[in-house]
Write a protein that binds this ligand. Structure first.
Ligand SMILES: [Zn+2]
Length: 185
């Protein structure tokens, strides 16, 4: 015992007291397990765990191990946090996914477009005014038309909500709501 900076687990007192308690527990446990043989397996496992703990406690810990461990831990936390934020960050309009416009009810979703660096409307669907089924959109040189796959409702050019206008209205609704929020603050 020449080293002054000894770990507490290496001091003579700790070792002798620790060993005494450990061997006492070992004897008690061994006697008990002899009476109840089923416990022998459990006892073996417990002994193994106790040995492991004892070994870990007696580890000659280097300070730089702890520093490296803390740095690695912090890095992991930062990475998880960053990943989580990107995954879960949703704008306030994210739940705005349906609305009644000129003629029909429309539903849509939001997709993050990384090249535009913006949220864009995706999967816009016009719902049938009779049965609410999403309608099939046709656009050709003859114009725009919608038909319902369920009830055969049809709407041709001039009787349809035009998707590009609906999209513009959705975006404008969001802008207006934002302006309202700003004014009320
Ligand atoms: Zn229908």
């Amino acid at each position: 015992m020449t080293n002054k900076k000894e770990h507490w687990t290496n001091s003579a007192w700790t070792i002798s007291i620790g060993t005494a308690i450990f061997s006492l527990l070992l004897t008690m446990g061994y006697d008990y397990s002899k009476e109840k043989p089923i416990l022998t397996t459990v006892w073996t496992i417990l002994k193994w765990v106790a040995n492991l703990i004892w070994t870990v406690l007696n580890f000659d810990l280097k300070v730089w191990w702890i520093i490296v461990a803390v740095i690695v831990f912090i890095l992991i936390i930062i990475l998880i946090d960053k990943f989580k934020n990107e995954e879960t960050f949703k704008p306030d309009f994210y739940s705005y996914r349906e609305g009644k416009f000129k003629r029909w009810r429309w539903t849509w979703g939001w997709n993050w477009n990384s090249s535009k660096n913006a949220w864009i409307i995706s999967g816009m669907k016009a719902h049938c005014p009779n049965c609410d089924t999403p309608m099939i959109e046709h656009s050709s040189i003859y114009g725009l038309s919608f038909d319902c796959p369920r009830c055969e409702f049809r709407a041709s050019d001039g009787q349809c909500d035009e998707p590009h206008k609906i999209e513009r209205i959705i975006l404008d609704n969001i802008d207006r709501q934002r302006a309202e929020k700003k004014n009320s603050l």
